[in-house]
Design a protein around this ligand. Structure first.
Ligand code: GLC
Length: 444
């Protein structure tokens, strides 16, 4: 299995070259697996100030935040509530989803006794085609979401309509952004070296700062010389080292043919890849004496959190892994089985970390091939924060690819940045409205 999931340095280099090629094609409006979506916002100055609401939607955990931006170098102050969206809300009709979001916001306002006019920044962690900072259409659902009637619609307008239907008249969406952009903006508010954002969680994606002169495809009016570009890098599919498990996983997914890199790297899929490898080994009689434990027998039953648990035990005996298997209801496992299982898991997560590092390396070296400058990449997501050794393996890969200069790419952990970032973007939208730009959320 180690070989099945191995990716050589040479292969990573070829992949990086292909990635930069896809970036250029996407910016030029040519067919590319990277969507290269302009976000109509540049890095903040750090002087943006005021009180904003933010809605952070990307997984089943929804966050509503009230953010005070001081604008003088001090840390922003956030108050937040989390709400859980039940599975039916993300797979039923879009009106059910947006109605639930509006009610969450209503509850947040009541509980915190907030009233008056509150501009809201909306983080929507899916591919968005924007023509301005104030709105954008959903291009396609990813990460297993399927709510009907939303693809092709302006999600900021859908939320504004749902707020009106709930008679929440003081709140209006003034800006819309992807979670990668939110994460970059949250970090950049205090860190001027931050020029990219990355999510390594349920899904994966990268955004970065680009000169607008490099964007040759038609874009809406923006008046900026730099903009953040949401690449939707999870959809990257050129020269990826896919194996038989990747092909199988893709076929049984909700979006076959799409998000190839995401399906090799992100938390939604890592457990399933490992499970399929276990099933194969067991079928060949090499694991668990050929008798598959229940936990590996159903699709998606073996989640990525379980992989983390397994890798937490790095003892030679793998006794911890045997205990976990026992806790998860498997028959007592032999030490050899526990070790082989851990090898499979390491192979899957190791490949993910290497691919994630290479895509970030490719992103940064498009405009700085010799890594002359320092780049700080704001990174958020459960895989990055919680998976044992993931960050270290990414850093090791960056050194393998760029030698000492790999250290100029700093992976800066940014927890829950996408909510705060949405508020920073709302503030940027408000600033540009003041300085003569188009009024965000016109008509309010
Ligand atoms: C998926 C979405 C993308 C998002 C990423 C991380 O790849 O398509 O927009 O940034 O997940 O949440």
């Amino acid at each position: 299995m180690r070989r099945t999931f191995a990716v050589s340095t040479a292969r990573l280099r070829i992949m990086m070259e292909a990635f930069r090629g896809e970036m250029r094609r996407g910016l030029n409006g040519k067919p590319s697996s990277l969507r290269m979506l302009p976000a109509y916002v540049d890095r903040p100055t750090g002087r943006e100030r005021g009180t904003f609401l933010a809605l952070d939607l990307g997984g089943t955990n929804v966050r509503v935040l009230q953010v005070d931006l001081p604008g003088d170098g001090r840390l922003p102050v956030c108050a937040e509530d989390r709400f859980v969206l039940s599975r039916d809300k993300v797979t039923a009709d879009g009106s059910v989803l947006f109605g639930a979001l509006a009610r969450f916001i209503g509850r947040f306002l009541r509980e915190r006794r907030l009233s008056g006019r509150l501009p809201l920044g909306f983080t929507f962690s899916f591919p968005l085609r924007q023509a301005s900072i104030a709105g954008g259409e959903l291009i396609a659902w990813t990460k297993g979401w399927t709510a009907e009637g939303v693809v092709g619609r302006d999600v900021a307008a859908l939320l504004n309509r749902a707020l009106a239907a709930e008679r929440i008249s003081g709140v209006r969406v003034v800006s819309l952004n992807n979670d990668t952009t939110g994460t970059l903006m949250a970090r950049a508010y205090l860190d001027p070296d931050c020029d990219a954002g990355c999510i390594l969680g349920t899904g994966t994606n990268i955004c970065y700062r680009e000169r607008t002169s490099e964007i040759r495809k038609p874009v809406g009016p923006h008046g900026r010389d730099h903009m953040i570009i949401n690449m939707e890098s999870g959809n990257f599919n050129a020269v990826l080292p896919r194996n038989r498990f990747d092909v199988l996983l893709d076929r049984s997914s909700a979006n076959p043919g799409l998000q190839a890199e995401e399906k090799m790297v992100s938390g939604k899929y890592l457990g399933e890849l490992a499970r399929m490898a276990v099933v194969e080994l067991c079928g060949r009689g090499r694991l668990f004496g050929g008798r598959l434990p229940e936990i590996f027998s159903r699709r998606e039953a073996f989640g990525s959190e379980r992989l983390s648990e397994i890798e937490k035990d790095d003892s030679a005996s793998a006794d911890g892994v045997r205990e976990f298997l026992w806790d998860w209801g498997a028959r007592p496992a032999a030490a050899g089985d526990a070790r082989l299982l851990r090898d499979v898991v390491r192979a899957v997560s190791g490949r993910a970390a290497r691919l994630a590092a290479a895509t970030l390396g490719a992103t940064v070296t498009k405009n700085d091939p010799a890594l002359e400058a320092k780049h700080s990449i704001a990174v958020d997501g459960s895989v990055f924060h919680k998976y044992p050794g993931f960050k270290a393996r990414m850093e090791e890969t960056l050194r393998e690819l760029f030698g000492g200069r790999g250290g100029r790419i700093a992976l800066a952990p940014m927890r829950d940045g996408s909510g705060l970032g949405a508020a920073v973007i709302a503030a940027v939208a408000a600033e540009s409205a003041k300085t003569g730009g188009k009024k965000p959320g016109a008509g309010w």
